[in-house]
Design a protein. Structure first.
Length: 133
């Protein structure tokens, strides 16, 4: 049974750089992440169709997120700004924790998925802190 998503106070600045967990980043894996989120969480009484990202700030630059955030266990990652996602029609919600800052990128319909996935696929890079287990 989905439960309401936990939101933090405040809006997300447009220049916030977001770090997306990767490996592999494809349209299908992004769709799967959105489907899982929608089954688990509600936003404004409706399933929250979106995916998790970590955001940068002065305490959590990209390098620290790659080293100490949830992305550290991933071989690949991608970055984009909140502004870029807004231009594609997405909403970025400040959700859950702040160590590092967690956000959920909400897509209002599945038509946005391919454009968002293409943006992220073009920006996919190797995580320099990843080590095989």
């Amino acid at each position: 049974m989905p439960r309401p998503v936990t939101l933090r106070d405040g809006s997300v600045p447009a220049d916030t750089l977001l770090v997306v967990r990767g490996g592999p980043l494809t349209v299908e894996t992004l769709r799967q992440d959105c489907d899982i989120t929608a089954r688990r969480f509600l936003y404004q009484g409706r399933p929250l169709w979106g995916f998790s990202v970590e955001g940068t700030d002065t305490d959590w630059p990209v390098e620290r997120i790659l080293r100490d955030g949830r992305v550290r266990s991933r071989q690949l990652y991608a970055t984009c700004s909140v502004r870029e996602l807004r231009q594609l029609g997405c909403e970025t919600l400040a959700t859950f924790g702040v160590e590092p800052p967690h956000y959920t990128v909400r897509m209002v319909d599945s038509h946005m998925l391919e454009a968002v996935a293409q943006l992220l696929i073009q920006r996919t890079r190797a995580n320099p802190n990843w080590t095989p287990r």
